[in-house]
Design a protein around this ligand. Structure first.
Ligand code: NAD
Ligand code: UDP
Length: 313
């Protein structure tokens, strides 16, 4: 049995990862300051004898004996990471330093949840890991993008200088049950608006694209990456390469919810990337032919069911 630490474990992705790692027979310590996560996200795991929930902020050091660390702590939606930009940078940078220090002392493997945002508004499409990105270092998204880029650099340097066993994954837009209903991300916004027959808010003309991955596919990819041998460091893209415009997503959500909502067009936020699609050939090669298995429609239906239960039952 491995003892696995998940920072940000009470968040959207962290809660699914906690569930899966417990199911696989591990002990899980879930560390969270509840900024965007909640106890409710993991309350169904409280009765599990090998689950432990700790209120802790990763900008402070944390001491425990662990075998593996998944470093997920960081607000992920633009509204939340821009709410206190300095705190977001501290979480990414000081959080990475503290968790890498813990990995160094305990000789644990450590995986960093990096992001497609390190590619910024990409000029190369789809994005392979070899692309260095096109990030505005002074823009409103830079607290998140640059924080995550520094974290990647820290991971590499702890590997080079201290032989820490690192793994870096770059996660592309992920959705599913337990997304925060008010975090402003496009999938949760559109589903809630459609269920309430309210206007669907398209930012810009809706021609910008994203590639949406269902959370179960991501969790499988994260675990496979952690289980690779020590020579595999990443970065590895984990995402669904099927690309949709935001307008297409809106139409799909309206159709699946049988909604009477109308589309309205609002200004595009600053530095909103125009396109995003992962090149996942490296993940396929290194992660035992990993590829997403949940189609958009199937994943949206599961997420719609979740929000229907949460909002109306
Ligand atoms: P989330 O906001 O639901 O989860 C983040 C968790 O981290 C929350 O539970 C939050 O309370 C916790 N947290 C934030 N700051 C903290 C701190 N200082 N100390 C301790 N805990 C803290 O978001 P998510 O979508 O589950 O994202 C998890 C990770 O995956 C993040 O690192 C994010 O950058 C990365 N990621 C997510 C996506 C996506 O589409 N969801 C895409 C790329 C990368
Ligand atoms: N978006 C939108 N309406 C919304 C929320 C988001 O049109 O109500 C757009 C947003 O401008 C962006 C895309 O959807 O182009 C994805 O936004 P999200 O915040 O989910 O993720 P990110 O921009 O970080 O990929």
């Amino acid at each position: 049995m491995k003892r696995i630490l998940i920072t940000g474990g009470a968040g959207f992705i962290g809660s699914h990862l906690s569930e899966r790692l417990l199911m696989d027979g591990n002990e899980v310590i879930c560390l969270d300051n509840y900024f965007t996560g909640s106890k409710e996200n993991v309350s169904h795991l409280f009765k599990h004898p090998f689950f432990e929930l700790v209120r802790h902020d990763v900008i402070q050091p944390y001491y425990a004996e662990v075998d593996e660390i998944y470093n997920l702590a960081c607000p992920a939606s633009p509204i939340h990471y821009q709410y206190n930009a300095i705190k977001t940078i501290k979480t990414s940078v000081m959080g990475a330093i503290n968790m890498l220090g813990l990995a160094k002392r305990t000789k644990a493997k450590i995986l960093q949840a990096s992001t497609s945002e390190v590619y910024g508004d990409p000029e190369v499409h789809p994005q392979p890991e070899s692309y260095w990105g096109h990030v505005n270092p002074l823009g409103v998204r830079s607290c998140y993008d640059e924080g995550k880029r520094v974290a990647e650099s820290l991971f590499m340097n702890y590997y080079w200088q201290n032989k820490v066993r690192i793994k870096i994954v770059r996660i592309f837009n992920t959705y599913g049950p337990r997304m925060h209903p008010n975090d402003g991300r496009v999938v949760s916004n559109f589903i809630i608006q459609a269920l309430e027959n309210k206007d669907i808010t398209i930012y810009g003309d809706g021609s910008q694209t994203r590639s949406f991955q269902y959370v179960d596919d991501l969790v499988e990819g994260l675990i496979r990456m952690m289980n690779t041998d020590d020579s595999i460091l990443g970065p590895v893209n984990i995402g669904n390469p099927e690309e949709f415009s935001i307008l297409e997503l809106a139409q799909k959500v309206i159709e699946l919810t049988d909604s009477k909502s109308k589309l309205i067009f609002l200004p595009l936020p600053q530095d909103d990337p125009t396109q995003r699609q992962p090149d996942i050939s490296l993940a396929k090669k290194l992660l035992n032919n990993w590829q997403p298995s949940v189609q958009l429609e199937e994943g949206l239906l599961k997420t719609i069911n979740y929000f229907t239960e949460k909002l109306y039952k």
